[in-house]
Design a protein around this ligand. Structure first.
Ligand code: SF4
Ligand code: SF4
Length: 163
């Protein structure tokens, strides 16, 4: 008979050790919130879901300590979150997806949802961006480059004042 005490030793897949999740905090509501999520879900291995506890980011990635037989290479020193994990009802019993109210595995799935949720989604996103989309690259690195560019211009202006 499978019990909580012997379940993990029989679970060779150890699904719970192959991804991490991060709570989104406040539920996304505005177009800007979902625009940000579209960027996040565009990245390989990143998904978004909502269950009865709220909205989460899910990042696929096998834990480096997970052994081929499903054991943990650092079992005695494993992080507290692993110790606290309750296996009474886990992915050995049923896929976590069964409890999801929403599940977006990629950009297209979330975009379809956004178009249903916001009637003017496409129009509002293209307004002010021009026919071919934004001319300036967005994202953290691009923003950093823009800031550096502005700083460079300021320094050059101070070194070469107008005659
Ligand atoms: S908690 Fe569940 S999914 Fe994780 S190793 Fe144990 S039985 Fe497997
Ligand atoms: S540290 Fe061990 S128990 Fe925790 S996720 Fe990694 S393999 Fe699993």
């Amino acid at each position: 008979m499978i019990t909580s005490d012997n379940k993990c030793s029989r679970c060779t897949g150890a699904k719970c050790c192959t991804y991490v999740t991060e709570a989104l905090g406040a539920a996304p509501r505005s177009k800007n919130d979902f625009d940000q999520l579209l960027w996040q879900v565009s990245h390989q291995g990143t998904e978004i879901y909502k269950d009865s506890s709220g909205w989460y980011l899910l990042f696929h990635g096998r834990c480096q300590h997970l052994l081929a037989d499903g054991g943990c290479a650092i079992y005695q020193d494993r992080p507290q979150i692993c110790r606290d994990y309750d296996n009474a009802w886990c992915e050995y019993d049923a896929p976590a997806e069964e409890g999801f109210e929403f599940h977006f595995r990629n950009y297209d799935e979330l975009l379809t949802y956004c178009r249903k949720r916001f009637k003017r989604w496409d129009k509002s996103r293209t307004e002010g961006r021009g026919k071919t989309g934004p001319r300036i690259k967005t994202g953290p690195r691009a923003k950093e480059k823009q800031d550096l560019g502005k700083e460079k211009l300021k320094i050059e202006a101070s070194l070469n004042p107008d005659p």
